[in-house]
Design a binder for this molecule. Structure first.
Ligand code: MRU
Length: 359
């Protein structure tokens, strides 16, 4: 099956697929400056929580590797500026902050014992390690989640939680991929995901490239198909999951969860442990990114609405009570999430990804 590679670390710089131009064109951009990587995250060249984390790690590494600093002291002075530039890009996906914290820890370790060249090497290696870990994480999520998918029939997703969004095989789409590889006969309903159209532009493209059967629907068809479309499960990704299981994901996810409950369809969230934010007790305090009004009033530069007041929150929060399970690389958390998520986070902290196939 075809798997897109949205980001790669190379000797020339950080290479990304420009996701703004999909599906019309597959264009790669090469970044040699950490400030450009920050702009790429902000401008949605790369998006999706885990992929944003990988981009953040590579952005920090790029800043260190290409820094003009001539001594460790100069590099130490510049490092916080690099990190805060990357941090001030998108507020909701916690993977961004998780990746920066991890890069900070590695910097401190390396700078305590090594010279400037070794610190540069260590930071580049750490960013690539985070990327490799994301791939392993997705595989494990996929294997745990595949068992929850129906043997045949329809499943539904939201936004894009595929390879483009994670830099692995995808979280929600990784679950669907592995389920199909294991022989399940699935057909995916893909809501277009207004206003940014990640479903229509990216998920439809990814599934089509991988040869996975799909039906693209508009967002206002979700209720109709959950009622009449023989949907066996909904599986979505996440941008930030609070300690109680409340989950921020792409705008429109909450209404899908409500309609899934109304129609007795199990609603699952697939996300790595790095997407958990156990420092917040509920979804009420998750910061929600507000995006430009033009994303709602314009389509490809053409005005489709009058010049009126517009709201454009990029994410909503699905209450934990609507979520049947949270699929992670260490297993499936079930309610009550306060206990199960804490347990899985501890398991993750104590070692490597628990791969269900290898167990
Ligand atoms: O605004 P985006 O495109 O970055 O939002 C992406 C989503 O909401 C995804 O569903 C989420 O990040 C999970 S990606 C595996």
């Amino acid at each position: 099956m075809h798997v897109a590679e949205p980001i790669v670390w190379t000797s020339e710089g950080v290479v990304m697929i420009d996701q703004r131009r999909l599906p019309a064109e597959l264009v790669h951009l090469t970044y040699t400056d950490y400030r450009e990587v920050a702009n790429a995250i902000r401008d949605m060249v790369i998006r999706g929580a885990p992929a944003i984390g990988v981009a953040a790690a590579m952005g920090v590494a790029l800043g260190v590797v290409r820094s003009p600093a001539r001594s460790l002291a100069e590099l130490r002075a510049e490092f916080p500026i690099i990190c805060s530039t990357i941090a001030q890009t998108r507020p909701t996906a916690v993977d961004l902050f998780w990746a920066i914290e991890r890069m900070k820890r590695r910097f401190d370790e390396a700078a305590a014992t090594s010279d400037i060249d070794a610190v540069r090497t260590a930071m580049a290696a750490e960013a690539q390690r985070i990327h490799e870990e994301k791939k392993a994480t997705d595989e494990a999520i996929g294997h745990f989640g595949a068992a929850l998918m129906p043997e045949n029939g329809h499943v539904m997703t939201q936004c894009n939680a595929g390879a483009l969004a994670t830099a692995g095989i995808g979280t929600a789409l990784g679950v669907i991929r592995i389920a199909i590889e294991q022989g399940r006969k699935l057909h995916v309903f893909v809501p277009e995901t207004r206003p940014y159209l990640q479903g229509a532009r990216l998920t439809a493209w990814e599934l089509h490239e991988a040869g996975i059967p799909l039906t693209l629907i508009t967002d206002n068809m979700v209720g109709h198909f959950l009622k009449t479309g023989d949907v066996g499960a909904v599986v979505v990704g996440a941008d930030r999951i609070a300690a109680n299981g409340d989950t921020a994901n792409k705008i429109g996810t909450y209404q899908i969860a409500v309609l899934a409950r109304e129609n007795s369809v199990p609603f699952y969230v697939a996300a790595p442990i790095s997407t958990l934010d156990l420092t917040i007790s509920s979804g009420e305090t998750i910061p929600i990114e507000q995006r430009a009004a033009t994303e709602v009033t314009h389509l490809h530069g053409v005005r489709i609405a009058p010049d009126v007041h517009v709201a454009n929150p990029a994410f909503d929060v699905t209450p934990a009570r609507l979520i049947a399970g949270i699929i992670t690389e260490c297993g499936i958390a079930r309610p009550p999430y306060v206990e199960s998520l804490t347990l899985l986070a501890r398991l993750r902290a104590s070692g490597d990804v628990v791969h269900p196939v290898a167990r």
